[in-house]
Design a protein. Sequence first.
Length: 365
Amino acid sequence: MGQRTPLYDLHVALGAKMVDFGGWDMPLHYGSQVEEHHQVRRECGVFDVSHMCVVDVSGEQAQAYLQRLLANDVARLQTPGKALYSAMLNEQGGVIDDLIVYLTGSSSPAPGYRLVLNAGTRDKDLAWMHAQTAEFAVEVRERRDLAVLAIQGPKARARVAELVTQARAALIHELKPFQGLPEADWFIARTGYTGEDGLEIVLPAAEVVPFFNDLVGAGISPIGLGARDTLRLEAGMNLYGQDMDEQVSPLLANMAWTIAWEPVARDFIGRSALEAQRAVGCPSKLVGLVLEERGVLRAHQVVRVAGVGDGEITSGSFSPTLNKSIALARVPAATGERAEVEIRGKWYPVRVVQPGFVRNGKTLI
C-alpha cells in the first residue's frame, strides 16, 4: 500500500481505478480516460494533486539561497504572486527536479517563496535543498498540512468562482497567468499542467474533502492521472523521470528557456557544466513526433534519422484531441523534419515538429 492523499476514500467511492504513482495510491481514471481528457479540453475537470510537495522558503537570505539553488533567477519575481518555472540542477547540470516557485511576500523583512515540487522526487529534493542551506540564513519548510487541487479547462475559473467565497471569486477573476496569491488560508494560482487555462488551489488538508465534494457536486468531473498525462503530452510539457532526469541537462530537454544566464555573476549550481555543454554544442535535442499512420508511439521506442543517427522516444501516447499518436523524443541535434520509429519490428515514418501539439484547445501542428 502506498501513501494516500486525504481524498483517497472519495476517489474509491467515485469508482476510480487506483494505481501506484511515485509511491502514492492515485486515481488513473474514473471510467474513461479519453472522455476525461476531452472534458478538460472542452470544459473543465478537477484533479487531486495533493501528492505534490509544497515547500515554503523564508528567511533573510531566502532569495540568495534560491538564486544559488535554481537555474532560473527568482530575482525576476518583482511583485508578490508572480511565478516562474525552473529546474533544480546537480553540479553536473543534470535535472534533480523541475518546479514552480512563487514569490509569496516582498517585505517583513525579506521575500518569502513557495515551491511546488514533484511527488516522486520529494525525499531526494528535500534532502538536496536542506544540504544547500548551510551557507544561508534560510528556513526550508515542507507543508504536509496542505492539499492541492488542479481545476483545469477553458471554463475552470468561471465554474470555481461560482462555488467559493466572494473574496476568493474576486481573486480568481483578477489572477493573471502564472500568478498565485493567498486568500485567507488558501493559495490560488493560475497555473497548470494541461495546456489549458485553469487554477491550482493549495488549501488546508482538512478542507479539501468538502471542497472536492462541492466541485464534483456542481458537475465538475474528477479527472485521473491518465488524462493528466495525455493532456500534458499534447501541451509539450515534460514529465520528470521520463523526458529529463539527473543525467539530462535542461539544454537537452527543451528547457534552455528556463535558464537565466544573466547576471553572469550568479553562480547557480550546475552553471559551469551547462556553460561547457553550451560551448561545445548539444549532441541531441528534444522534439515532437507525429505518427500519421495507425499505431501507438511509446516511451523507449527507437527513432531512426536517415544519415544522422538514432534517438529514443521519452514520452508517447495516442492523442485524443488530434486522433493520432504523438511523442516527445530525444534525437540527434542534426535531425530535420522526418524520421522513422520502430514499432513491433516494423519502421513507420513520423513527422518531426516542435514539442507542443495542442494549447488552449488549438492544434499547433
